[in-house]
Design a binder for this molecule. Structure first.
Ligand code: ADP
Ligand code: MG
Length: 337
């Protein structure tokens, strides 16, 4: 395992700037997720760490050593691509042992290691099978076993779960996390799915148009976003404009009991309800939808009928549609536009 430092990395494809001023300090053994919409530069950054691209500017250090211009095969990294790229004519054991063979590891040692890796991903019993006899999830596990067999210090994963259905995806997320804990390798994992990021990451890098919006724990980026982009990308957010008048913050719902300054008061739907740290005034329940784990409600504040508040309430906790209740908020964040 090794730490990874990205220092002032920028990358241009001809005149197009794909990455600009990226700085990241990743600790050894961390599970890092690069998260952002399609085209924000995730694959470009991962390719720069893996050595498939040389950045236009900046440095990449792995284990404290400058790797910026070192070829992929000479880096202590392995990249796992989405299409798994297993060899169809080889059985699972030989697939997993392939990288070791390339490195000149003897037959017995590499077979032992391959079986140990297949054991770890729960596929030791299938060692003699060929990849075509496996499900998508099983193939995914073989690819992971193969990537880890060569004991990289850093494993790079580019949307590895993108092709799996939702249930299998969830299961593989848990498995990836468990395996990462077991081996202690630094994982840098790319996804555009914020739920996946929160489920597996120690820390999330939220990216947008080639720059970093926020780098923090899942709790940080979800509960204390630094920018409106991160706030919206991580999930639904109510926004209430706030201005300042004579030392108090005023919103369309009335004056606030604290002075936050000016900007947008942001509250997650689960942080509005029948109790909280400040009153948001009375509101009328307009619509309710059942989401299994909660009811999603739309409330219209009586003082600001052109605002709609989205509120997630526990099952059955909502009043009848049309009813008027007092709403309270907690853990608001003030962000600028
Ligand atoms: P992501 O993985 O987040 O979807 P990428 O890193 O693949 O995004 O791409 C970032 C941006 O750089 C995109 O706008 C993409 O079109 C552009 N890009 C990526 N590769 C190339 C390339 N080889 N030549 C020109 N533009 C590229
Ligand atoms: Mg990509």
């Amino acid at each position: 395992t090794a730490e990874v430092q990205i220092r002032s990395v920028s990358h241009r494809f001809q005149s197009f700037t794909a990455l600009e001023g990226i700085d990241l300090e990743i600790a050894a053994g961390e599970f890092i997720v690069l998260l952002g919409p399609s085209g924000c530069g995730k694959t470009t950054l991962l390719s720069i760490i893996g050595g498939f691209l040389t950045p236009s500017e900046g440095e990449v250090l792995i284990g404290g050593r400058d790797m910026t211009r070192v070829a992929p095969k000479d880096r202590p990294t392995t990249t796992m691509f989405q299409d798994y790229a297993l060899f169809p004519h080889m059985n699972l054991r030989d697939n997993v042992a392939f990288g070791l063979r390339m490195r000149g590891v003897g037959r017995k040692a590499r077979h032992d290691r391959a079986l140990e890796m297949l054991e770890m991903v729960g596929l030791a019993a299938f060692a003699a099978r060929k990849p075509h006899a496996l499900s998508g999830g099983q193939r995914q596990r073989v690819a992971l076993a193969r990537a880890l067999a060569v004991e990289p210090d850093v494993l790079l994963l580019d949307e590895p779960l993108g092709a799996l259905d939702l249930k299998l995806r969830r299961q593989m997320q848990d498995e990836l996390k468990n395996i990462q804990r077991k081996v202690g390798t630094t994982f840098i994992h790319v996804t555009h799915d914020q739920e996946e990021a929160m489920a597996i990451a120690d820390r999330i890098v939220v990216m947008n148009r080639g720059h970093i919006e926020h780098f923090g724990t899942p709790e940080d980026v979800y509960l204390r976003p630094r920018t409106l982009f991160s706030a919206d990308f991580m999930g639904e957010m109510n926004r209430i404009p706030v201005r300042r008048e004579g030392g108090t913050s005023i919103s369309p719902l009335g004056p606030l009991p604290f002075d936050l300054g000016e900007g947008l008061l942001c509250l997650r739907p689960e942080n509005i309800g029948f109790d909280g740290s400040f009153s948001m005034g009375r509101a009328r329940l307009q619509e309710v939808a059942f989401f299994g784990t909660h009811h999603r409600c739309h409330f219209v504040p009586l003082k600001a009928p052109d605002l709609t508040l989205t509120v997630n309430l526990p099952q059955g906790a909502h009043p009848a549609p049309g009813a008027e209740v007092e709403l309270f908020g907690r853990d608001p964040v003030l962000l600028s536009e």
